[in-house]
Design a protein around this ligand. Structure first.
Ligand code: SF4
Length: 376
């Protein structure tokens, strides 16, 4: 009897060389223009395509209706416009939305949209995981897997932009998601160049773009030398080396003084006011003594101190500070002349601290509801 069953395994394609597809978001406008010109297509099409992607929020090439159909097909055959899949999307009552994105190689990253009055700020990841090892952070628990590409960084910005209503615009970018941006500086800067490009890119003023770091002095110097006028935020989290060595282990090879010296050089070069970030952990770094030491470090600097009460991470033993500790901490800073701001924790109910959603989804996939995101 003849076997009519259909073979379940597809034929091997090992011997057939597939043309490599390019992530369009990895390319600059100039690179795209030169690729088009090489195929006899006018250069101005590159600008049109970029505007569709970054400004008109297109999700597919076939939405670019003022391009000739042949060109749309050519682009579709050669490029991936988006390479991530939305593994989870969560929305909090305060308007905060968080995406868990699955990369083409299976890695997972998080990015967040925060709505605050007229502001539409996004918090973007720079690496899969993180090597800095801050003890209270979900992102660093498993170390770093790899750096993100220029395209993967931009894709987060675009997918968050897709969550906006047509009359909403992105206003601020903070490189403060998963990873240490200064450990992936060339790709972060390449992505931000497109983010600030008002002709073809997202058109976000560099004054509204913040790069957050635990403080890597040689990379801070490189950033200052690159003449990129971005806002620098240094995550301090402790006022002295013994405590910081415990909370931010990478500090053991650096030391607070070297970081402050690099911060001062950045200020001298750019004249941009510095921001220091301080996650307030109950019973660990929230004492009046810590606040007094911070006063000594910061009162003579042109700097803002952002204090963020800790957002508890399931499985980690760190606590939110008590309201009275927060009050005393604040009073000591203000009496000491420090320009301090106490940030509200937004999006608590959606695990908005970096790395939390990714971790929760790995451990308890059924807990994270996958909503029909506006992005795919
Ligand atoms: S807080 Fe930031 S720098 Fe520290 S481990 Fe987490 S992602 Fe890395």
């Amino acid at each position: 009897m003849t076997d009519l069953s259909i073979p379940t395994d597809p034929p091997s394609t090992d011997s057939v060389k597939q043309p490599e597809r390019v992530h369009l978001l990895d390319w600059t406008t100039e690179e795209l223009a030169s690729w088009l010109v090489g195929r006899g297509i006018p250069k101005f099409r590159a600008a049109q395509i970029q505007r569709w992607v970054y400004q008109r929020r297109a999700k597919r090439f076939d939405e670019m209706t003022d391009l000739p159909k042949d060109l749309r097909l050519l682009l579709d055959g050669h490029f991936d416009l988006f390479r991530t899949a939305t593994a989870a999307c969560q929305q909090a009552a305060d308007g905060t939305e968080k995406l868990l994105l699955q990369l083409a190689d299976g890695g997972r990253i998080e990015c967040v949209l925060l709505r605050d009055g007229p502001r539409r700020s996004i918090c973007v990841s720079s690496q899969v995981g993180c090597a800095m090892g801050c003890v209270f952070c979900a992102s660093g628990l498993d170390g770093v897997e790899r750096n993100l590409t220029r395209g993967e960084i931009l894709e987060q910005m675009l997918k968050l932009q897709h969550l906006l209503e047509p009359d909403e615009r992105l206003s601020h970018i903070v490189m403060m998601g998963m990873g240490e941006p200064l450990a992936n500086l060339p790709r972060v800067l390449a992505a931000l160049t497109m983010a600030k490009d008002s002709q073809f890119g997202l058109g976000i003023s560099p004054r509204r773009i913040t790069i957050s770091t635990v403080g890597l002095p040689p990379a801070i110097d490189k950033l200052a030398a690159s003449d990129a006028p971005y806002h620098l935020a240094i995550s301090l989290h402790a006022p002295n080396d013994p405590l910081r060595n415990r909370l931010v282990p990478v500090n053991q090879g650096i030391g607070i003084q070297a970081i402050l010296d690099a911060a001062d050089r950045y200020f001298e070069k750019t004249k941009r006011r510095l921001t220091f970030e301080y996650v307030l952990l109950g019973g660990l770094n929230d004492s009046v003594q810590c606040a007094r030491e911070l006063v000594q470090l910061l009162r003579h600097r042109t700097a803002m101190l952002n204090v963020i009460p800790y957002n508890p991470v399931p499985g980690l033993p760190y606590l939110t500070p008590s309201p009275s500790a927060v009050l005393q901490f604040r009073r000591t800073l203000i009496d000491g002349g420090v320009n301090a701001m106490f940030r509200q924790r937004k999006g608590d109910e959606i695990q908005a601290a970096c790395g939390q959603l990714r971790r929760l989804r790995e451990r308890e996939p059924q807990v994270v509801s996958i909503q029909s995101a506006k992005t795919s």
